[in-house]
Design a protein around this ligand. Structure first.
Ligand code: HEM
Length: 391
């Protein structure tokens, strides 16, 4: 029987107890499709070694370097949504945007996958691969897992070409960082390590961000306040000075965490919340329940959408805010995602009015939150409506 762990203190104990109390344990299909060198499948020193070598691609400075590209990719996407004669299905649209941003960060902005002609085929392969990650591990040509395996082989080929192109390129990106990295013994990433971890970044960094953008849109549908107030250019200073936008992003991720649980297995016996967990027992770290119910959010009702709660001076509720996990496996892309989401929110609300066309749409939440009819929307340029942006 699994232990379902909630409560910030319990959760922190489990997340920080990685490799001592517990070990990450993904379902068989996920583990196989990510590859045995993936950060998600490695543990202990092997995990720490590859993680350390990838880290320079996600420092605050590195993330600031991605701002211009993220802003221009987001602007271009929003312009296209606005120019569309038909309603836009937000689910598909944010997926393409998040994939473009992920590729730009992983492989650089000039790579072949980014080109308009190549992108749709690449996106189809990524989608087929992702669809197999949480399927049964039955390797037949017609199963979701079998199709995903085939897609992964084709994607590997594309990633290898991109790695080769990056060897002679100079643009800063995650592949460049991984190519230059050496461990403490001077050993670089092997080709298989590179392949598995480029794919891990694609998995970890694309669908998650797309889902977070959708959840932000859903909060805008329910609470149509306008929140962007800064100038045309989203500089690091402008982004840092957007407390309400930050509150929106944090509150949206608190109420609908993109990753609701993270899977672990106990590697030794320990006491948790009054229960004894046996070695080998599955432990489910409940990010969603903890963030929704922690007493620190009680003041203005824990389940209410209240971005302002993050603006109060005593708002150090971060200790119970864990949408990016914690401990040695804390999300590597957490700063990048926060920037991505704030840029998305700011450009959208500053320049456009969003009309939501389906107010009765149901969602499902496993493995990731999804509106069942794709969330049809229409965008109109804000200046045509005569409304001025307000804070
Ligand atoms: C809203 C967006 C995102 C959310 C909510 C999110 C959430 C998470 C969570 C909860 C984990 C921990 C999993 C565990 O403990 O087993 C994780 C790990 C990870 N994330 Fe994210 N993530 C997001 C975006 C990104 C992005 C944009 C990237 C990079 C492009 C990224 C890269 C990673 C990597 C590499 C790991 C594995 C870390 C390790 O095992 O050492 N994530 N993410």
């Amino acid at each position: 029987m699994s232990t379902y762990d909630v409560g910030a203190a319990n959760l922190r104990k489990v997340l920080q107890g990685e490799d001592q109390l517990v070990r990450s344990q993904w379902p068989p299909a996920t583990a196989a499709l990510l590859g045995r060198h993936s950060l998600s499948n490695l543990a202990g020193p092997d995990h720490a070694r590859l993680r350390r070598m990838m880290l320079p691609a996600f420092t605050p400075r590195a993330v600031q370097g991605y701002y211009p590209f993220i802003s221009s990719a987001t602007s271009a996407a929003l312009e296209a949504w606005c120019g569309s004669a038909d309603p836009v299905l937000a689910y598909k649209a944010v997926n393409s945007l998040a994939l473009k941003i992920a590729i730009g960060v992983i492989a650089g902005t000039g790579g072949p996958w980014m080109q308009a002609e190549a992108f749709p085929a690449f996106q189809r392969l990524v989608t087929t691969w992702l669809e197999g990650l949480f399927a049964w591990r039955i390797d037949l040509s017609w199963t979701r897992f079998g199709k995903a395996r085939k897609a992964r082989a084709a994607l590997d080929q594309m990633v290898l070409e991109s790695i080769e192109a990056s060897r002679s390129g100079t643009e800063f990106c995650a592949i460049r960082v991984m190519l230059d990295a050496r461990d403490e013994r001077g050993v670089p990433y092997s080709t298989l390590e590179l392949l598995d971890n480029v794919m891990t970044l694609l998995f970890a960094g694309h669908d998650t961000s797309a889902t977070a953008m959708l959840c932000l849109l859903e909060e805008m549908r329910k609470h149509p306040e306008v929140i962007a107030e800064h100038g045309e250019e989203l500089t690091p200073t402008a982004l840092a000075a957007m407390p309400l936008a930050e509150g929106w992003v944090k509150e949206s991720m608190r109420r609908t965490p993109v990753v609701p649980i993270v899977p672990r297995t106990a590697i030794q016996g320990f006491e948790e919340g009054g229960f004894w967990v046996r070695p080998g027992q599955p432990v489910v770290a409940g990010l969603r329940s903890t963030m929704q119910l922690d007493p620190r959010f009680e003041g203005s009702k824990p389940l209410a959408f209240c971005p302002e709660r993050w603006m109060a001076p005593e708002a150090s509720r971060d200790a119970a805010w864990m949408p990016f996990g914690g401990g040695p496996r804390l999300c590597l892309g957490n700063l990048l995602s926060m920037a991505e989401l704030k840029i998305f929110l700011a450009l959208l609300t500053r320049r456009y009015d969003v009309e939501f066309l389906d107010h009765a749409e149901a969602w499902h939440y496993i493995p990731l939150a999804r509106p069942l009819r794709g969330m049809p929307i229409r965008l109109r340029p804000r200046h045509l409506t005569g409304k001025a942006p307000s804070a």
